[in-house]
Ligand binder design. Structure first.
Ligand code: SF4
Ligand code: MG
Length: 330
């Protein structure tokens, strides 16, 4: 709720703080049990930082993180420990996140031992074998090292390790981005199957909307540290409202030739998160920008009676928005 992360810039004399990178600037969302929420946006929009703040790999500057209604963002490391079991992460690059000197069986066993989830060596081994079956890794993989495996197989090891403590939520940070297309599909299908079997919630952080469309229940679109639109998958892909969402989607190839999406090419680059633009953060690049956008920040508001939330003056103020939208179309 209203999560913020501002990284200090230490460029001044004697390391004094000269400014802040507004990486995450007031982000709120909920993920339900058994649900996949995708956090999408271009690199640098703050989506990974949100994931890291949830896990406390990064300390949030402000806001709250709640698990089953209980705040976990301000807990001491000791109090946080039992909850750590319940939230796990799978990283983009399984090669750098897996210790090359450890055998796969030991990598998967590590969280089981650390969280005290087994009473003896046999129990650890049983659990490891069970997890390897779950992620469809051959049993003999146990005694081998990460470099002996393909990227997809290594990501299965990463997933088995994340599953080991029996989490409720897994954060997948670009977890399939580095993989070949066919392998991507296999890993995505595996995640979906695991979600069904175990009732896992997934926070799927990705810049790849084509993949997101296949895995997700809901989508939150981020731009420069803020969520600009959040909605269920079908609505978002069929009827994106925020101009930024529309631009992102217009770049995704559509397999169905009867569906046409006009390509919206955005001008300029994403502005610096050190001094984000006032008003709507997207106003420097928005094809629909009009005066209020430059001074007033639009808040996330529902469209009609739906659960689609959009932060845009064109959508949020119905009457005002429609007259402007009409103007823009003529
Ligand atoms: Fe564009 Fe204005 Fe909407 Fe921002 S508020 S997305 S600048 S129309
Ligand atoms: Mg990232």
């Amino acid at each position: 709720r209203n999560l913020k992360k501002h990284f200090p810039l230490q460029g001044g004399l004697f390391g004094s703080v000269t400014g802040y990178v507004h990486a995450v600037d007031g982000v709120s969302f909920t993920i339900n049990r058994g649900e996949t929420l995708s956090l999408v946006g271009e690199s640098g929009c703050g989506k990974s930082t949100v994931g890291r703040c949830i896990l406390r790999l990064t300390e949030p500057t402000a806001g709250e993180v709640l698990l089953d209604g209980q705040r976990i963002d301000h807990l001491s490391p000791g109090a946080l420990r039992p909850l750590r079991q319940r939230i796990q992460i799978v990283f983009q690059d399984p090669f750098s996140s897996l210790n090359p000197r450890m055998r796969v069986g030991d990598i998967i066993a590590e969280p089981i031992i650390n969280f005290g989830l087994a009473n003896n060596k046999n129990e650890v081994e049983d659990r490891v074998s069970g997890l390897m079956d779950r992620v469809r890794l051959p049993r003999d993989a146990m005694r081998r090292h990460p470099h002996e495996f393909s990227g997809g197989q290594r990501q299965r090891v990463g997933i088995a390790r994340a599953l080991a403590p029996g989490p409720d939520l897994i954060i997948c940070d670009e977890a399939v981005s580095a993989l070949d297309v066919s392998v991507k599909a296999q890993i995505v299908n595996l995640l979906a199957a695991l979600q069904d079997e175990l009732g896992l919630a997934l926070l799927f952080i990705s810049h790849d909307l084509a993949i997101v469309e296949h895995v997700t229940h809901r989508v939150a679109v981020m731009y420069l540290g803020k969520i600009v639109e959040i909605s269920d998958r079908r609505t978002l892909f069929a009827s994106p409202q925020h101009p930024y969402t529309r631009a992102l989607l217009s770049a995704v190839p559509v397999p169905d030739p009867s569906v046409r999406r006009d390509r919206i090419v955005l001008r300029g680059d994403v502005p610096s998160p050190i001094n984000p633009p006032p008003g709507c953060r997207f106003h420097t690049r928005c094809p629909f920008v009009f005066d209020p956008c430059r001074t007033a920040a639009p808040s996330l508001r529902p469209i009609g009676k739906t659960e689609q939330l959009v932060a845009c003056h064109l959508s949020s103020d119905a009457a005002f928005g429609q007259s402007n939208a009409a103007q823009l179309q003529t």
